[in-house]
Design a protein around this ligand. Structure first.
Ligand SMILES: Cc1cc2nc3c(=O)[nH]c(=O)nc-3n(C[C@H](O)[C@H](O)[C@H](O)COP(=O)(O)OP(=O)(O)OC[C@H]3O[C@@H](n4cnc5c(N)ncnc54)[C@H](O)[C@@H]3O)c2cc1C
Length: 273
């Protein structure tokens, strides 16, 4: 079966080509798409890609930064503008994967992947979507809900996110069985703004505790007004797996993921590496 590759200078044209062809798949870095094709996925008949320069940019606008969907994990980790996202970017695969894996592609990752997406979720990121001839901005949480229901038919231009006020306010921990960077047993990203030593407006997101990266609202609620010490975080640890149904896969079982979640969360909240 032949495979057509269509390259467009403008992202809008790529979006229209994607919408018009059910066999078309957008190509980011290709760590998933090319593997699917090489493994014989005949549902993909056309690859759509774009050379739009905006896809490759990281730029700051005040305390907001915009990251193009085609930016790779290696580029995020190397850029001063996105230094606060270096830990989740560096946790993705090995160097060869990070040189290809894009920010846009990570938004479509399923468990046990999606480390960078969890970081963006904890930071309340906005996704810039091109759909047919139009453009819109969607909160990442909403974008992930929509994505779970349908195959990707939209093109992501990029994401934007507010830089945390302090280095310590954003934290990321990942537990893997393969060092230094395998797929996660669990990964946790948290944004922990504080006022007068107490957490205010916490956002916590998990990887590998459901089909896709997810916010953990029970933990967020328990952290409201808490101090980040042993007694202050007790409620959050008690709520660590509330309502969660993690998968059993080759990396870890449902039981194991639920057992280790409070331990990884505790290390993150107490600032232990
Ligand atoms: C060996 C290995 C190790 C890995 N380790 C990790 C890991 O530790 N953590 C982790 O999170 N992931 C990991 N991954 C998964 C994957 O590499 C990343 O999630 C990566 O970010 C996917 O991006 P990509 O550009 O390669 O996606 P692609 O393969 O290009 O695309 C993946 C999906 O996203 C869609 N897509 C891509 N870009 C866009 C866009 N701009 N607009 C619309 N749709 C788009 C594609 O159509 C496709 O459906 C690993 C993969 C491999 C092969």
């Amino acid at each position: 079966m032949s495979l057509q590759v269509r390259t467009f200078p403008q992202l809008g044209e790529a979006a229209q080509a994607l919408a018009a062809d059910r066999g078309a798949r957008y190509l980011g870095g290709g760590t998933f798409v090319m593997r699917a094709i090489n493994e014989g996925d005949v549902s993909i008949t056309t690859i759509v890609r774009s050379t739009d320069p905006a896809l490759q940019q990281i730029r700051s606008d005040g305390d907001r930064i915009h990251i193009g969907a085609g930016v790779t994990m290696s580029q995020v980790a190397a850029s001063r503008d996105s230094d606060f996202l270096a830990a989740p970017a560096q946790s993705v695969g090995g160097p060869a994967v990070r040189n290809m894996a894009t920010v846009g592609g990570n938004l479509f990752a399923r468990s046990p992947y999606g480390d960078f997406t969890a970081a963006l979720l904890a930071l309340d990121a906005t996704v810039h979507v091109v759909e047919g001839a139009g453009r819109r901005e969607t909160p990442l949480e909403e974008f992930l809900r929509q994505g779970a229901q349908s195959e990707p038919r939209r093109v992501v231009a990029g994401v934007s996110v507010r830089r945390p006020h302090s280095r310590d306010a954003f934290r990321f921990r990942k537990l893997t069985r393969v060092k230094p960077a395998g797929a996660s047993v669990i990964a946790i990203a948290a944004h922990l703004p504080n006022a007068g030593g107490r957490v205010q407006g916490a956002r916590v997101a998990y990887v590998s505790m459901g089909p896709r990266p997810t916010r953990v609202q029970a933990v967020e609620r328990a952290l409201e007004g808490a101090t980040l010490d042993e007694s202050g975080i007790a409620g959050a640890l008690a709520a660590a797996t509330e309502g969660l149904d993690p998968p059993t896969d080759a990396i870890a079982s449902y039981w194991y993921r639920r057992e280790v979640a409070p331990a990884v969360l505790k290390r993150l909240l107490l600032g232990i590496q």
